[in-house]
Ligand binder design. Sequence first.
Ligand SMILES: [Fe+2]
Length: 159
Amino acid sequence: MVFFEWKEQYELGIPHIDLQHTMIVNMINELYMSLETREEEDTTSKILEKLLCYVEDHFASEEAAMRENNYPHQDAHLAAHDAFRVKVTRLHHTHRTGEKIAGYELSEFLKDWLLEHIAQVDKAFGVFVSQLSEKAKESFFRQNPDHPLSKNTESPLVF
Ligand SMILES: [Fe+2]
């Protein structure tokens, strides 16, 4: 059984962020498997470090998307990312000092945190972005009422 199974319902509708989320899920599974198969401590540590680096890049990418779109709730979203960094740094430190249990605790924490964060915080940003796209379409049609792809036709305009 897969430790963390990705489901379509977790998608935000922002392709590059959805792809990054699936990559993170794969890495959490890789981390969990390395604990289950009792890999060398060094191997587990490398997986963990790769995962945490990727999460940092992912946060930077999400934060840039929020800035570009003038997302009004970005401060709260950034605070959630910061709280994650604090907690993970602590667990990572405990793991590095040789406590195997911290590895499992970390896998569970990463899974639970990501699921909740995607469902609540990231999803709200996804909805905001899709509403922006709808507004852009409406404004385009208002300015170009005679455009062949106007709302009255069968083929919707895709931005
Ligand atoms: Fe986020």
